[in-house]
Design a protein around this ligand. Sequence first.
Ligand code: ATP
Ligand code: MG
Length: 198
Amino acid sequence: MGNIKDLVGKVQFDGDRPIVVPPELQWIGQGRSAVVYRLQGTDLAIKIFYPGYEDLAHVEGEVYEKLNNHEFFPAFYEKGEGYLTMQYVEGITFYDCLVNGVAITDEMVQRVDEALEFACRLGFNPSDTHLKNILLTTDDEVKVIDVVRFTQEFDCPHWRDLKKAYETFYQRRYVPKKIPRFFIEFIIRLYRKRLLPI
Ligand SMILES: Nc1ncnc2c1ncn2[C@@H]1O[C@H](COP(=O)(O)OP(=O)(O)OP(=O)(O)O)[C@@H](O)[C@H]1O
Ligand SMILES: [Mg+2]
């Protein structure tokens, strides 16, 4: 995987903005701590942490190693300096399910529960499981990505609250299953400010 290290070394950031990216790297997503690319023509995803967050590669790599390639999570390949390689999961996030009107079923929610329970049994404290950290694959499987905060100690209510919102609102017959992006963002902002009755 020496060439992966070279490729990652060519990526240049301005803060959390990648400004120089080799053409073989196709952007697939970005979050608070990293940007994720697919290596062109492969099923390899490369998560490159922003400057200042490089140490998280080691933390997240260790979590993946303990999860031992369980099907609830993307297969893990390698941790490098400031980056990780893992299976590129073909699919869409639960966030995109809402935007595109793809129904989120009871079974899908249950799969996330099972994944998090599995991680709990290994001694982790699954945290930060939000709409963009869960993928519905093209084979209708569910995979939890972004396990970097599974080692934190404090209680994270995100998944619990999402499930409550699912049961209380989403499942009602008259609630639309396709929700405009601006409205989801508005709800997320209210949630972060603790302005939701949840
Ligand atoms: N293995 C993967 N296969 C497919 N898409 C992925 C994969 N890993 C990440 N992504 C996409 O990239 C996005 C960002 O990745 P990730 O959640 O790991 O970054 P992060 O910076 O740790 O996010 P957060 O803001 O939740 O901390 C995800 O929301 C998802 O859309
Ligand atoms: Mg994420």
